[in-house]
Design a protein. Structure first.
Ligand code: UDP
Length: 245
C-alpha cells in the first residue's frame, strides 16, 4: 500500500501512494516534548492517536469542517489528501495552561473570557516562536485573507471539539492545529487531533495533576501516560458520530 517515505516527523511518517493527490500517514509510538529535547515512547500511542484522530476528523467533517482525512486503512495508518502545510501552528485556548502562563503570567487553570487564537511559526531551529499577523505577512507564510480564514476555521473547530469532548467528560483546555492548502486553494484541517496536540482535563477528577489526560503527563513525568491515552481513546470512540451529522 505505502510507497516511498516523503517525510518523517516526530509522531508520524508520510508516504506517497499510487495516487499523487493521496498520502499515507503512519502514526508512531514515539513521543517528544520541549522541541524534541525530551524523547520517549508511549505504548500503542500510534494506534490510539490514529483511532482518535480518525474518529474526530469524521465528526468534524459531519459538522462541515473540511479535513485532509480520507479513510483509516490500518490500526495506525490513514489515507489523507496531499496538501501544502502552512508553516503556522494555530493554537486555540479556552483555559490558561502551558506557554501562555509563562509568557503572560496567567494562572494555570484560569478560564479565558473568550477563546483565544495564537499563531506560532513552525520552525524547529527557532523553537516555534509566537508570531503576529504582521509577521505572517512579512514572512509570506499566508495571505491576510488566509489568516482571516484560519482564525474562523480554528474557532469553528474549537466550538465543535468542545461539544465533542464534553460528551467524553473531558474539558478542552487548548489545542494546536496545522492547516493545509489543497490544489484548489482551499484550507483543510491537516496533521492530527489527539492527546498529543490537545490539553484535556478529566471533568470527573478535581486534583490538578490527576485530571491531566494528555501529553502533559509525558512532558511533566506524571506517570500513567499510556493509561490516560487508553482512557481518552475509549471515551472518544464511544461518541456516536452519526448522532451529530
Ligand atoms: N502543541 C502541540 N505542538 C507543539 C506545541 C504545542 O501540539 O509543538 C499543543 C499543546 O499540546 C497544547 C497547545 O498546543 O495543547 C498549546 O501549547 P503551548 O503553547 O501551551 O505550549 P507547551 O506548553 O505545550 O510548550
Amino acid at each position: 500500500m505505502s510507497g516511498t517515505k516523503l517525510y518523517e516527523g516526530k509522531a508520524k511518517i508520510l508516504f506517497t501512494t499510487d495516487d499523487p493527490h493521496i498520502l499515507l500517514s503512519r502514526y508512531k509510538d514515539d513521543a517528544t516534548a520541549f522541541n524534541a529535547l525530551k524523547k520517549g515512547t508511549i505504548a500503542n500511542k500510534g494506534e490510539m492517536n490514529c483511532a482518535i484522530a480518525s474518529h474526530i476528523f469524521q465528526y468534524l467533517e459531519a459538522q462541515g469542517i473540511a479535513t485532509h482525512f480520507i479513510k483509516q486503512v490500518s490500526p495506525n495508518e490513514m489515507l489523507v489528501a496531499a496538501v501544502k502545510i502552512l508553516a503556522i501552528e494555530v493554537v486555540v485556548r479556552n483555559i490558561a495552561a502551558g506557554s501562555i502562563c509563562k509568557r503572560l503570567g496567567l494562572e494555570q487553570g484560569q478560564a479565558l473570557k473568550e477563546p483565544l487564537v495564537e499563531f506560532f511559526y513552525k520552525n524547529d531551529d527557532l523553537g516555534d516562536p509566537l508570531i503576529t499577523e504582521d509577521h505572517i505577512a512579512m514572512l509570506d507564510l499566508a495571505t491576510p485573507d488566509q489568516v482571516a480564514q484560519l482564525k474562523k476555521l480554528a474557532l469553528g473547530i474549537n466550538h465543535h471539539l468542545q461539544i465533542f469532548f464534553d460528551q467524553c467528560h473531558l474539558t478542552l483546555v487548548d489545542f494546536k492545529v496545522e492547516i493545509g492548502v489543497d490544489v484548489n486553494g482551499n484550507l483543510l484541517l491537516a496533521d492530527e487531533i489527539s492527546p498529543d496536540t490537545c490539553r484535556l482535563w478529566d471533568q470527573d477528577i478535581a486534583d490538578p495533576s490527576d485530571r491531566i489526560m494528555d501529553k502533559d503527563r509525558f512532558r511533566q513525568d506524571l506517570g500513567k501516560i499510556a493509561e490516560a491515552y487508553q482512557e481518552v481513546t475509549k471515551r472518544v470512540l464511544a461518541v456516536d458520530i452519526s448522532a451529530h451529522s
